[in-house]
Design a protein around this ligand. Structure first.
Ligand code: A3P
Length: 292
């Protein structure tokens, strides 16, 4: 499988993406969503695994043993994922038990139309761009399906230009932000989840129309804390083969904090990033916290 590592990204509908995902694109485009599907959508490194575990815990009424039945990437299939020799995301979803929880990182314009047609409930999680960039940089290093990220400075340039997998963070958060006006989208923030995870879990419960006892909510809260998730092999991605993810380079459950960018950005990088950010987000009502 080593030959699959460090391949250059391809471009699909103007979005850079992994070659094997692009090769399987027809399957993604024609994917048939069901009205009872719940979509979890994020730009990479924004708390996808965290919200996925919260939702699976809710679906299983806070039973952590049930949530340990399988790795998170099997419980919440990654729709557009495709790799030679592995079941693709769409294949996994074809046989997944109902109701399905579907993970995607696609920008709105690439989401299969059936999700809109079926008016599926969707949860979007956004995380501030600077922490995403730092987390993504480490992820590029440890997850070998990415091209070599180069130095942090080089990577920041690519991130700002949208020349990373899934394209522009700016367009991604703005695209989903606009869609929530017309569709059933719960738009959440990683920073809010850090600040008050219980309140955010309660928002998810309300959105899903679920009522759980406080003790169950507390169990979910504990089970989905960073400390618990970091040591849980079903969510920390240690069940992935090492040719795909090398946790000795950087663990998937890396730091799980807000504001880590301050440990990495130079003053000059920060100024450049801020100026570019202002330009990119001009005219949008989207706001997020760069630290908490
Ligand atoms: P860091 O690299 O900043 O630590 P995704 O699941 O979208 O790939 O996002 C991964 C990021 O979410 C990583 O960020 C990871 O540590 C963080 N994360 C995962 N579970 C978390 C949790 N329970 N609490 C806080 N952060 C979490």
């Amino acid at each position: 499988m080593e030959h699959l590592s460090r391949q250059e990204l391809e471009v699909i509908h103007e979005i850079p993406l992994y070659r094997h995902f692009v090769e399987n694109w027809a399957q993604v485009e024609s994917f048939q969503a069901r009205p009872d599907d719940l979509l979890i959508s994020t730009y990479p490194k924004s708390g996808t695994t965290w919200i996925s575990e919260i939702v699976d815990m809710i679906y299983n009424d806070g039973d952590e043993e049930k949530c340990k039945r399988d790795a998170i990437f099997n419980r919440v299939p990654f729709m557009e994922m495709s790799f030679p020799g592995l079941l693709s995301g769409t294949e996994q979803l074809a046989t997944a038990p109902l109701p399905r929880i579907v993970k995607t990182h696609l920008p709105v314009q690439l989401l299969p139309v059936s999700f809109w047609e079926q008016d599926c409930k969707m949860i979007y999680v956004a995380r501030n761009a600077k922490d995403v960039a730092v987390s993504y940089y480490h992820f590029y290093q440890m997850a070998k399906l990415h091209p070599d990220p180069g130095t942090l400075d080089e990577f920041l340039g690519k991130f700002m230009a949208g020349k990373v997998a899934y394209g522009s963070w700016y367009d991604h958060v703005k695209g989903w932000w606009e869609k929530k006006k017309a569709y059933r989208i719960l738009y959440m923030f990683y920073e809010d989840m850090k600040k008050d995870p219980k309140r955010e879990i309660e928002k998810v419960l309300q959105f899903l129309g679920k009522d759980l006892k406080e003790e169950v909510v507390n169990k979910i809260l504990h089970h989905t804390s960073f400390q618990e998730m970091k040591k849980n092999p079903t969510v920390n991605y240690e069940m992935m083969p090492t040719w795909a993810m090398d946790h000795t380079v950087s663990p998937f459950m890396r730091k799980g904090i807000s504001g880590d960018w301050k440990n990495y950005f130079t003053v000059a990088q920060n100024e450049r990033f801020d100026a570019h950010y202002k330009e990119q987000m001009k005219g949008s009502t989207f706001r997020c916290q760069m630290e908490i």
